[in-house]
Design a protein around this ligand. Structure first.
Ligand code: S3P
Length: 439
């Protein structure tokens, strides 16, 4: 089991690019696989989660070429069309990847074959009823075994069996929580359904699926918090460029803000408005962040972003900032631990069902370093301190907890060891290398 040893740093300086966005990379392979024609995906994230997506579609007969040796060249997906997937010969192992399993459930719901989805210890604890419930209404069978028991109200976890149906039945569905994974699974199933499938969200979650389905020519309409899709044929336009992942950039953005006289530029970073909650939060905390947009008419907007060290202050974070920064809340907790005054993060319950319970993992780790944190149900209250003390902390197998704690260690006094850091490879294999380059 690997660990990262972090010693204090004075500043972060330079210009970097972070690897391609994880959410967009997954979707490019998935939608490319069920489209007509080939799709060349540039700046694809070659992290373990996205490789799980590639493996799953290869196992269903899709030819996917990987660049050798590195990301200089595109990944090429030879689409099979909406109905061209083959029944997998064995169960599909999806590692740690929640996005793969949940979006795949939507696609598999519309196939006329059976499949079994499994994953690692963490994925096997992630709740799947939130996806299964709607797909069952559309006509798919999903459960731990067949026939699915008549009482379907219980929570379910992988391994999951799916018996798809074609065509599915369109539904009108209101999501109980803002979730791009659940929304996307239903939209994908909607491609295989008779009629119009409509989804309403309580707050806007990331909209990469809506944007990319439009690019692939799907019959999809977005009206505020409502999205509708009709049965459609997807046609590849040939190329997709994946912008740098704002969720990976966030670790370096916070490091630059909290370390001495830092000045850092992150180039070609994705700035889709459903993902830029982290920028709004850090700016509201007093962060000096300058954004220079690139190519305004891209399907996914991009920018060069320059961050200069700043004195941060505590703020209240709530409402649509929660889904717009859901994966960045662990690193926001680090920023808050070093800010002047109190930060309150309200209604962050979704953090409890990520790769680990991130409220517990982050508050436990930061408290070990001397941070002042109170948890009240799903609210996190952090009273900032000038400095923290180095300590031995644990990722609990969660990549974002691991990287957040490494950044906290840069500003602490003494040495911080982050244990169990292999998980970083799921989303950001270059993290340690970039950190060494910048400090
Ligand atoms: C993702 C959606 C979010 C996010 C996850 C990626 C996606 O999950 O936390 O890392 O690509 O759709 P939820 O939909 O569960 O909020």
């Amino acid at each position: 089991m690997s660990k990262l040893v972090i010693t204090p740093a004075k500043k972060l300086q330079g210009a970097i690019e972070v690897p391609g966005d994880k959410s967009i990379s997954h979707r490019a392979v998935m939608f490319g696989s069920i489209a007509e024609g080939s799709t060349k995906i540039s700046n694809f994230l070659m992290g373990e989660d996205c490789v799980s997506t590639i493996n799953a579609f290869r196992a269903m007969g899709v030819e996917i070429q990987l660049p050798v040796p590195s990301s200089q060249f595109p990944v090429v997906v030879k689409g099979k069309g909406l109905r061209g997937l083959k029944e997998p010969k064995k169960e599909l192992y999806l590692g740690n990847s929640g996005t793969t399993i949940r979006l795949l459930m939507g696609i598999l719901a519309g196939q006329d074959f059976e499949s079994t989805l499994t994953g690692d210890a963490s994925l096997s604890k992630r709740p799947m009823k939130r996806v299964a419930e709607s797909l069952r209404l559309m006509g798919a069978q999903i459960g731990s075994q067949f026939p699915v028991p008549s009482s379907q109200s219980k929570e379910i976890y992988p391994p999951l069996k799916i018996k798809g149906k074609y065509p599915l039945k369109a539904i009108d569905y209101t999501l109980p929580m803002p979730s791009a994974q659940v929304k996307s699974a239903i939209l994908l199933a909607g491609l295989y359904a008779d009629g119009t499938t409509t989804i309403s969200e309580p707050l806007k979650s990331r909209d990469h699926t809506e944007r990319m389905l439009k690019e692939f020519g799907a019959n999809i309409k977005v009206d505020g918090l409502k999205v509708s899709v009709k049965r459609s044929v997807l046609r590849s336009k040939g190329r997709i460029y994946v912008p740098g992942d704002i969720s990976s950039a966030a670790f370096f953005m916070v490091a630059a803000l909290i370390l001495g006289s830092s000045r850092l530029t992150i180039k070609n970073m994705g700035v889709n408005p459903t993902r830029t909650g982290i920028i709004d939060i850090l700016k509201a905390m007093g962060g000096d962040i300058k954004i220079s947009p690139i190519g305004l008419n891209l399907p996914e907007p991009m920018a060069d972003v320059t961050i200069s060290a700043s004195a941060l202050k505590g703020i209240v974070i709530e409402g649509d900032l929660i889904p717009r920064a859901i994966d960045e809340l662990p690193i926001v907790m680090v920023a808050a631990a070093f800010a002047q005054g109190t930060t309150v993060i309200k209604g962050a319950g979704e953090l409890r069902v990520k790769e680990t319970d991130r409220i517990e993992s982050m508050s436990g780790n930061l408290k070990k370093m001397g941070a002042d944190i109170t948890i009240e149900q799903d609210n996190i209250i952090i009273r900032g301190r000038e400095t923290l003390n180095g300590a031995d902390v644990d990722s609990f197998g969660d990549h974002r907890t691991a990287m957040s704690m490494a950044i906290a260690g840069l500003r602490a006094q003494g040495r911080t060891s982050v244990l169990n850091t292999d998980c970083i490879n799921t989303s950001f294999p270059e993290f340690e290398g970039l950190l060494h380059k910048l400090v």
